[in-house]
Design a protein around this ligand. Sequence first.
Ligand SMILES: [Zn+2]
Length: 244
Amino acid sequence: MKCHDVRRYLSPYMDSELEATTTYEIVQHLENCHACREIVAAEERLERSIVGAMRRAEPGDDEIWKRVVTAGVGRRRRPRVQILVAASVFAAACVFLVFWAAPRQDLISCLRRDFELVETGRSALDVVASEPQALERFFAERMGKAVRVAPIDEFQLHGARVCSLRGAPTAFILYRKDGMRASVAIFDAEKLAGFAGADRDRTLWRDDAGKVHVVAVRSGGKIIGVAGSAPIDELEKLCNAFRE
Ligand SMILES: [Zn+2]
């Protein structure tokens, strides 16, 4: 396995979504490649800071924890079973907190991070093509479902990849315009129910702080997230082109 292969698999590798042989090959490569090790370490630090931000305690958390733990552990179970049950309840509660108590900002971080990974060459595109049909064929083969790739006058299609956002397969499409790039990520809204809390078809998120701007909307059963260095109004147009 070569450096560019490792970087291409970086996101599924970190989400433990690769098959064992690929994971093994990556681990082997990392043992001998300082540059790739540095990239993985940087990603892990970022991941930890995001999770840390998500897990910051909120007023009322203690109460929720007490209720979850008390409700989940049966009084008549043996201690060993209790520990196991408590551990599963704890794990479930972590998932609960990560998904349901996550601040809205987190989706923005994920979308921004995915764009930056491709922009800086740390994640490679799976396919480079400028025809919507070619990318639609790619998604149909790779994800086993149809993804509509919107042609839009102002932007040129550049390529695509399949990545994962919190374990949910995500179609990622890259556009170009005057040397600027913009990425569109499309995923099932129900997989990220905790990020929502807003009405159908309403613009959920809009963030123009920093160099990379992000817009996300819920449309139908999907959330469409657009990140890029183009002005946020342009990103919003791109986002709207994907609405159902
Ligand atoms: Zn390497």
